[in-house]
Design a protein. Structure first.
Length: 517
């Protein structure tokens, strides 16, 4: 890392949130996110900065005038800069455009995306707010790591205002085929926004290829499939797979802790326990999973009293109706199965709908004999990797959806189509009956994969590719300071976002061409 290198991260979620607890005490909460684990080492090494939405109820009290606070709170090594966003604006940006628009657009899970102009305007405004903070914080030649679908427009804003900052945008969710992208009324501006980045990262090569097809279809740009790059408006963006992962070694809970938990849940010591750990999201295939367990119990009556499926489902995005509906449907489905098969002493499905701390989740992994990770569509799915990483004695089986990015890497998993109830039921049975030697061999193969491709490898590879870009740029560009108070989006009216003045040769998106007719 060079002296002048400064690493700045933009992510919607903050790595530490201050919340008011009981009796007026403030507690610090960490999100259950591998991202923090992967990126913190780089920030710590250079005293970097993380820009996030200040969503904690006590965040303001624990930040300075500029929203800054030194973190980790117990031993500060880098800075968290919190941005304050007015509640309605945040709702339109986060629940609206990001999670009712882009989320269902990118996940093939048959929930119709909603695109509302007011949400789009707020999405633009919030992207401007984050980009403005990044321009203030970034240094020429520094590295800016933008996280996720909340910030598709930030790369272009940075290119216009701070072109000497090397930027990457990592898209944590799938990128679907171009027909799907065609649904978004503002796809041209969105894609052009993303192409402001030097590097665009996705979990898999297939998502990269889908992205290249999308820009070729909707923008006037040059796509190089050999190099995996896009040239648009005189700027080249590399489009690369960076499969995200979990920490290694993983801080697993011991089997003893698992046994204690099993006892506290009233599950017999010799029952086979499958565990599911998810946000209560309609993309996770939770209803389909319950149906598969129902099928299993119907097909194999001998499992009565000897099999339990434990599902942890943390409430998420609860202001969105589709999520409220899913939570209700899930509870109803679980009640139905328990009613149908349960006895006085045995409940086949244990559903726990609340938020779990990471150390609690690890106890559930330690209790389980197998894990069911069957999303309808998922960018990667870190639960699959966490379960494998937690399985230190190699004694476990993973039933995994073929539509999760993790399926491309975890060869030892039992792959299923989550829509195929019979198949999932059969695979759960296979996991239950799998001989120990086979369980160990499969688990060993998956553990080796994660040991050599951890979250640290993910962030190191991305940072090293960004440094290569900087090195290449430095051969062409003289070192100049980052402009901090230029025109453009800084102080410009909101409608100017993404449509700033361009040169006559600059390409136009198809939506702009249509609008110009
Ligand atoms: O999977 C995409 C993602 O944004 C993750 O990066 C994140 O951990 C998860 O969704 C949680 O989303 P939210 O911040 O909306 O709770």
């Amino acid at each position: 890392m060079t002296n002048r290198e400064r690493v700045v991260v933009i992510a919607n979620r903050e790595p530490y949130a201050h919340e008011w607890g009981a009796g007026g005490k403030v507690v610090v909460q960490r999100p259950a996110s591998g991202l923090v684990t992967g990126i913190e080492p780089a920030l710590r090494a250079c005293g970097g900065l993380w820009i996030a939405y200040g969503g904690g109820s006590a965040d303001r009290v624990h930040s300075d005038r500029l929203g800054r606070v030194a973190v980790p709170p117990e031993a500060p090594e880098y800075t968290l800069r919190r941005l304050w966003i007015e509640e309605d604006e945040y709702e339109r940006y986060y629940s609206g455009f990001a999670n009712e628009g882009l989320w269902p657009l990118c996940h093939i899970a048959h929930t119709q995306p909603s695109f509302r102009m007011a949400d789009w305007l707020s999405y633009q405004a919030v992207n401007e707010t984050f980009a403005r903070a990044a321009v203030e914080e970034a240094t020429s030649g520094g590295l800016l790591l933008i996280q996720d679908y909340h910030f598709a427009l930030v790369p272009r804003l940075m290119r216009e205002q701070a072109p000497h900052v090397v930027t990457s945008l990592f898209w944590h969710i799938p990128w679907p085929n171009s027909e799907m992208i065609g649904i978004c009324p503002w796809k041209g501006t969105l894609l052009a926004g993303m192409l402001g980045a030097d590097i665009l990262g996705f979990h898999t090569r297939q998502y990269c290829l889908n992205f290249l097809d999308s820009v070729r279809r909707f923008l006037e740009c040059r796509v190089d499939y050999d190099e995996m790059s896009v040239s648009y408006g005189g700027h080249r963006t590399l489009v690369r797979p960076y499969p995200i992962s979990v920490e290694w070694p993983y801080p697993a809970a011991g089997r003893g802790e698992g046994a204690l938990l099993r006892r506290s849940l009233g599950i017999s010591a010799d029952a086979h326990v499958s565990v599911g750990v998810d946000r209560a999201d309609y993309t996770k295939g939770l209803l389909e999973r319950v149906q598969a367990v129902e099928q299993l119990l119907e097909d194999t009556p001998s499992l009565a009293g000897r099999y339990v499926f434990v599902q942890l489902a943390s409430p998420t995005r609860t202001r969105i109706r589709r999520y409220q509906q899913l939570a209700d449907d899930l509870q109803e489905a679980v009640d139905r199965v328990n009613e149908r098969f349960g006895t006085e002493t045995w409940k086949p499905i244990v559903l726990q709908m609340r938020t779990f701390a990471p150390e609690d989740v690890r106890r559930y992994y330690a209790m389980a004999n197998s894990a069911l990770v069957t999303p309808l569509h998922d960018g990667m799915n870190l639960v699959a990797k966490e379960y494998v990483a937690a399985c230190e004695d190699g004694d476990g089986a993973l039933v995994l959806s073929e539509f999760a990015g993790a399926a491309k890497e975890l060869d030892g998993a039992l792959l299923v189509n989550p829509y195929d109830t019979q198949q999932v039921a059969q695979m759960i049975l296979r996991a239950i009956r799998m001989p120990l030697a086979e369980r160990r061999a499969r688990m060993q193969e998956m553990r080796e994969q994660i040991a050599t491709h951890s979250i640290y490898d993910w962030s190191e590879k991305l940072l090293s590719d960004m440094r290569d870009v900087r090195e290449r740029n430095s051969r062409y560009w003289p070192a100049v300071a980052v402009p901090r108070s230029a025109s453009g989006f800084l102080g410009a009216p909101r409608a100017a976002t993404g449509t700033s003045p361009r040169s006559s040769e600059e390409p136009r998106s198809s939506e702009e061409r249509v609008a110009a007719r």
